[in-house]
Design a protein around this ligand. Structure first.
Ligand code: PMP
Length: 288
């Protein structure tokens, strides 16, 4: 069954969706995006995703194609039309179509496209077994707080990981981990402290990161937001990643070194449980 996608005001079959070759997203990666998870047919933490969208747009002086309320309405309509119960909704805004020129065009209508991806998020082998990662230099630009569609360095890092038989890559800069290729990175120390890099222009402020830090603090875990070194990562008791569609994945190997006992650790398992519980509650509240 083919999908219904959303393109600039219309719901169309995916085969009929069209975007101009002059769209600045295509020519300059001049666009931003958001990915929200879908559980029980409901969008999880979507308000936070839309707020981050608004911020990313603002940082690039790009107009918002519609009010956040209207965007949320279109998102829900798309989920309903595709009858997605579990999966993701991808949303992208680009500066739109203009004659090719490095300067931002004036009076250009931004493009808004969305599509859904149905797939299991809760029942996932990676969540049960954990993933192995390698570390590679962070070759991205210096405004990683803006969620732009310029994802080639992240894609290259992921490719390097796969080529070396790992599942994903963590990126490092000056000896410290910044984040994962498409997720935030965490370690748990011998003393049970959860450590993840502090927010800055150096990483994306993950929506899942925000939720996980709230949940860990609420349950009395000690959380420290600071850079951690490659060496600390190699010697961590536990490690994990978070993102909207993976929730929490345990990391059981880093650069070939076994982390902890080589299986998902108790802090990581607990945080995934807490996140899934919270997300399912959010989904249930939206059905009422
Ligand atoms: N960092 C990067 C570089 C990412 O691409 C992502 C996922 N898009 C994240 C972190 C996690 O963000 P979120 O929890 O909002 O999905």
């Amino acid at each position: 069954m083919s999908r219904i996608v959303y393109v600039n005001g219309e719901f169309v079959n995916e085969a009929e969706a069209r975007i101009s070759i002059f769209d600045r997203g295509f020519l300059f990666a001049d666009g931003v995006y958001e990915v929200s998870s879908i559980l029980g047919g409901a969008l999880i933490d979507n308000d936070a995703h839309l707020q981050r969208l608004e911020r990313s747009l603002g940082e690039l002086s790009m107009p918002c194609p519609a009010s956040l309320k209207d965007i949320a309405e279109i998102q829900r309509e798309l989920v309903t039309r595709n009858q997605v119960k579990e999966g993701a909704l991808y949303l992208q805004v680009t500066r739109g179509v203009a004659e090719r020129d490095f300067a931002y065009p004036s009076n250009t209508e931004p493009s808004l496209v969305m599509f859904t991806q149905a797939r299991p998020l809760i029942d996932n082998p990676a969540a049960k077994q954990g993933i192995s990662i390698i570390t590679v230099p962070d070759q991205r630009w210096k405004r990683r707080d803006i969620k732009t569609i310029g994802l080639l360095p992240a894609s290259m890092a992921k490719e390097m990981a796969l080529a070396r038989g790992a599942d994903d890559a963590w990126l490092h800069e000056e000896g410290y981990i910044t984040e994962g290729s498409s997720n935030n990175a965490y370690i748990v120390t011998e003393g049970g402290e959860v450590i993840t890099r502090h927010l800055s222009n150096g990483i994306l402020a993950g929506i899942t990161r925000g939720a996980i830090l709230r949940l860990s603090r609420d349950t009395g875990m000690k959380v420290v937001e600071r850079p951690f070194s490659l060496e600390e990562a190699h010697q961590a008791k536990e490690a994990f990643v978070t993102s909207a569609t993976t929730f929490v994945y345990p990391v059981i190997r880093i650069d070939g070194k076994t982390i902890g006992e080589g299986k998902p650790g108790p802090v990581t398992v607990r945080l995934r449980e807490l996140y899934v519980e919270m997300a399912l509650q959010q989904a249930a509240a939206q059905q009422r």
